[in-house]
Design a protein around this ligand. Structure first.
Ligand code: ADP
Ligand code: MG
Length: 636
């Protein structure tokens, strides 16, 4: 007998109930509706497609923009005994073919796909043979030109939709303004979709913004006042390291994280942080994706992000457990000037873009008319050094080239070692008899990796070392020897960012850049920038309201817990009264007192004022108030 959604949830995840809206979304999908779901980060979007997919017969295709996210979900599902594979830029043609063939055989329940893979011939050829039950577009805001994270390869999704007209489609995102929501429905050709939208308000998060002379001193002050797990976002990799070191000098348990670290280092640091062995992670925005840590008490922005979408996503990593948490942005007046100058930096002049395009092609030694759908190792650092360019200018140019559909630079991709045999079977036997010490490794390669004779294949030295019971180093050196003898081609593992050319290299002067779109995107960027600037600079608005209004939600009630709301409440009592109450509260107890006892010290009609003062003192971390109504001096 087939299970219902609740039973699936219990069986695979062990959860007893759905979160708000999950069930409605799942029901809509099961009823065959195309569905757009807008739930905040951490709201549980994955379950909204994973549960119905497990109830449907066939394959669920999930399109996801980042390999890191894909891998996380793949591992997560595998750990639940669910069969899943993913196809991204780290795989060869042959590997992709094998996965697709297995998928046709019905070996997988989920297939994760990088959007740029949709265009490949092999995928298009085999798509009609796949029995697809559900087509999911995760991070669907990437399809909108006007969104903050446009990825042109997402536009190809509509094409596979055409090939699968009967299949139910689902789009999910955490951050989309109304304009972007509409755009998603149009671009994914799902205008009839049911739309589910959860409130963007998070009652347990208190937002605040501080203008300071020393950002570092303020950071220390916050970390000392609010104990518990913390994320500190910075704009540059260099700064993540410097700040972590300064924090360590101040005896705060901190470490740094950015995309320039090896995947091993990143995993180690992330695990320590998740297990609360590391308290503060100073990081770039590369940190946090796919991490689900419930007890983060502070998310501090040491540098302001360029749009509210990013800010909301990052700040939303605080307080997932529903307990009180703080999202704090610290800035210096010079930061505002820098932000204001961003638009022209983000959108360099068109001739500059063309020149850098040419430099890249020269660096890659890519002749005009070649390169389409190919990956190249691209070391940004080496490139800017060789061509004496500003790294920031180059990375912005690359973003524009990506938006124009020319090429894109990926995150670090881990490529396992690869091997292909170079000689015919007969010569191999002769070789084996002359070098018997290499016979076992040859046999192991042929036995363990199907197809290795005809195709370049990923191998894992560790696996071979386990099978042969010889040290890893010995495996590597034997493979090197086979390589030198010309028996195999051995490409050791690497981890490098890749540049992917969607189109053949054009002569720079003919490089097509759509001016209208370029200027419209630039304007949109400016609009987003202005929105975050006014978030930062406003001393009146309720910050929580401001954010939800930005995402098209009509909320009017003030949150009462952001810095501006607290200031406003405070100003309803005059300063003198306020100070008198603060003093009286402070002097009324040594370490702990109940709220009721405090209230008893005052007249009943003063009750509301006392609440305001207590809230204010709590936000200033002079006191903490427990859920049971006990007041303690200092924070927690
Ligand atoms: P999103 O994609 O919306 O950012 P995820 O799908 O990654 O969020 O889910 C965030 C976390 O919430 C995951 O750890 C998930 O297991 C958990 N979660 C989702 N739904 C439920 C539920 N009904 N009960 C308990 N935990 C849930
Ligand atoms: Mg998600």
């Amino acid at each position: 007998m087939s299970l219902n959604p609740n039973e699936i949830l219990k069986k695979y995840w062990g959860f007893d109930s759905f979160r708000p809206m999950q069930e409605e979304i799942i029901d809509a999908v099961l009823a065959g509706n195309d569905t757009l779901a807008l739930l905040p980060t951490g709201g549980g979007k994955s379950i909204c497609f994973q549960v119905p997919a497990l109830m449907m017969d066939g394959l669920c295709i999930v399109i996801s923009p980042l390999i890191a996210l894909m891998k996380d979900q793949e591992e997560h599902l595998k750990s639940k005994g669910i069969s899943v594979a993913s196809i991204h830029s780290g795989l060869t043609y042959y590997e992709v073919k094998c996965i697709l063939q297995d998928a046709i055989e019905g070996d997988y329940q989920f297939l994760y796909l990088s959007p740029e893979r949709l265009e490949t011939k092999i995928f298009k050829e085999l798509l009609p043979y796949l029995k697809v039950s559900l087509l999911v577009v995760d991070e669907a805001h990437c399809v909108s030109q006007w969104g903050y994270d446009f990825r042109p390869s997402y536009l190809r999704i509509a094409q596979i939709r055409e090939a699968l007209p009967e299949v139910t489609m689902m789009a999910l995102t955490a951050s989309a303004t109304e304009e972007v929501q509409k755009d998603i429905l149009v671009k994914l050709d799902m205008e009839q979709a049911k739309v589910f939208k959860q409130s963007f308000e998070k009652a347990n998060i208190s937002y605040s913004v501080f203008k300071v002379d020393s950002k570092f001193n303020k950071l220390i002050e916050i970390l000392e006042a609010v104990p518990g797990s913390s994320i500190v976002y910075c704009n540059s990799r260099k700064q993540t390291k410097e700040i972590a070191e300064l924090l360590q000098l101040n005896k705060i348990n901190a470490d740094f994280y950015h995309a320039g670290l090896s995947s091993e280092e990143r995993t180690v640091k992330q695990d320590l942080w998740v297990q609360n062995k590391l308290r503060v992670m100073t990081c770039t925005n590369a940190f946090g994706l796919g991490i689900d840590k419930p007890d983060v008490r502070t998310v501090i922005h040491f540098d302001a992000p360029e749009c509210l979408e990013s800010y909301y996503q990052e700040a939303g990593r605080a307080g997932r457990d529903g307990k009180k948490a703080y999202a704090v942005l610290i800035y210096h007046s010079s930061d505002i000037e820098a932000l204001e100058a961003m638009t022209n930096k983000r959108y360099p002049p068109i001739p500059t873009i063309k020149k850098i395009y040419q430099d890249i092609a020269n660096y890659l030694q890519l002749p005009v008319g070649t390169g389409e759908m190919q990956y190249f190792d691209f070391d940004l650092h080496e490139f800017v050094k060789n061509f004496q360019l500003d790294p920031y200018l180059v990375s912005n140019t690359l973003k524009i080239l990506e938006q124009e559909g020319h090429c894109n630079l990926s995150e670090n991709i881990f490529f396992p070692s690869r091997i292909q045999f170079k000689i015919d079977k007969e010569s191999l036997y002769t070789f084996e008899s002359s070098f018997p010490e290499l016979e076992s490794i040859i046999k192991t390669l042929l036995r363990t990796y199907q197809g290795i004779y005809d195709n370049s294949t990923s191998i894992f030295e560790k696996q071979i070392s386990r099978i042969l019971r010889i040290p890893l180093e010995e495996v590597r050196s034997q493979l090197e020897r086979l390589n030198q003898f010309g028996i195999i081609e051995y490409l050791p593992q690497k981890e490098k960012p890749q540049i992917y050319f969607l189109l053949n290299r054009a002569p720079a002067e003919y490089l097509h850049i759509d001016q209208d779109l370029y200027f419209k995107r630039k304007k949109q960027y400016q609009y987003r920038l202005e929105a975050i600037l006014s978030y930062i600079l406003s001393t009146e608005i309720c910050r929580s309201n401001y954010i939800s209004n930005y995402f098209g939600e009509k909320t009017i009630d003030r949150c009462g817990t952001c810095d501006n709301c607290l200031k406003k409440k405070k100003s309803s009592i005059n300063t003198k009264q306020f100070q008198t109450i603060v003093k009286k509260i402070q002097s009324s107890f040594l370490s702990e007192i109940s709220v009721t006892e405090i209230l008893n010290l005052f007249q009943p009609e003063e009750k509301e004022d006392i609440w305001i003062v207590l809230k204010f003192m709590e936000s200033e971390q002079q006191i903490s108030i427990s859920e049971k109504g006990m007041i303690k001096k200092g924070a927690h």
